[in-house]
Design a protein. Structure first.
Length: 194
């Protein structure tokens, strides 16, 4: 199943005041998407996320020949990538004959990732949330002198990214190193690597 649910809204407010044109903007986007896997439909991946943007600015006319624009902004992006084949519990591992696997997050145990020469299946592990925060401040000054316009400005940004790796249950690779055929190695339980 392939689906996308995407809820968005935004708002903007502008107003002339004694200190200049004040502008405020807010954007919100909350989404869930599921990317189907035609080879192994039980192991599709799901991505959820939320993006928020807040922006506040002041534009001030200085006499008849100059304008100054100052703005601060904040952007937050929160994304979680998750294999929907996970979350089956430890019993699925032992039921499929896997022994010795100790997932970092037992609640997200499932069929481990199996890599063959031309395709892969299974899931890689627990959800992987990523948080990204960007703070921005800028100021632009424009001045008209005769037939020339001069512009000066600066833009400063600070970006913070937090990635919470909640663990993996590992990955098996079957390349045919034992029998010459990758799938035959899988049936024999002879992985090239884990």
């Amino acid at each position: 199943n392939l689906y996308l649910r995407d809820n968005k809204f935004s708002a903007r407010v502008d107003g002339n005041t004694r200190i200049g044109l004040l502008s405020g903007y807010y954007f919100y986007d909350n989404y869930v998407s599921n990317a189907g896997n035609p080879v192994t439909p039980a192991f599709t991946s799901e991505n959820t996320g939320r993006v928020q943007v807040a922006n506040f600015g002041v534009t001030k006319t200085l006499g008849s020949t100059a304008v100054n624009e100052a703005r601060i902004a904040y952007t937050r992006n929160h994304t979680v990538n998750f294999s929907t084949g996970a979350g089956l519990g430890l019993s699925v591992l032992t039921g499929l004959g896997f022994t010795g696997i100790v997932p970092v997050q037992p609640a997200y145990a499932g069929v481990p990732q199996l890599n063959f020469n031309s395709f892969s299946t299974g899931n890689s592990g627990a959800p992987s949330p990523i948080f990204q925060n960007t703070y921005q401040a800028l100021d632009n000054y424009s001045k008209v002198i005769g037939r020339h316009t001069m512009k000066f400005g600066g833009d400063a940004r600070y970006t913070q990214q937090i990635w919470k790796n909640l663990g993996s249950k590992g990955s098996y690779s079957f390349t045919g190193s034992e029998t010459g055929i990758d799938f035959a190695d899988f049936l024999l339980g002879a992985p090239t690597s884990y």
